[in-house]
Design a binder for this molecule. Structure first.
Ligand SMILES: [Zn+2]
Length: 115
């Protein structure tokens, strides 16, 4: 038994606990057991159910925080690249990326203050 199917069994239990129902029809792709959760049909055999679970648990604050972290480290990378970049086109791309990142960071900050 693969890790995925073992994990999926636990995830299926968790999804059922949250109101998912088991369907009679088997998966048309792999013949696995299907469940219906929040109006969508999912296969418990071949789909990555952890994604469905994490999707529902994600909050705006979590996403904003990790997006901020990611942008900051990307900006740091871009800065290092820009320092050694000789091609003006690539320099421009890096600067545009950083400008957009700053813009997005400002929006995230504003949204965080607003809540
Ligand atoms: Zn399937």
């Amino acid at each position: 038994m693969s890790n995925r199917s073992r994990d999926n069994m636990q995830f299926t239990v968790e999804l059922m606990r949250r109101g998912a129902v088991m369907l009679k029809e088997p998966c048309p792709i792999c013949n696995g057991v299907q469940i219906k959760y929040k109006g969508k049909t999912h296969c418990t055999a071949h789909e990555d159910l952890s994604r469905i679970l994490s999707e529902k648990e994600v909050t705006y604050g979590d996403v904003a925080a990790s997006l901020k972290d990611m942008l900051l480290s990307k900006m740091k990378e871009s800065m290092a690249l820009l320092e050694i970049e000789k091609d003006p086109v690539k320099q421009d791309q890096l600067i545009t990326f950083m400008a957009k990142s700053v813009d997005l960071l400002n929006k995230l900050e504003a949204a965080a203050k607003g809540s």
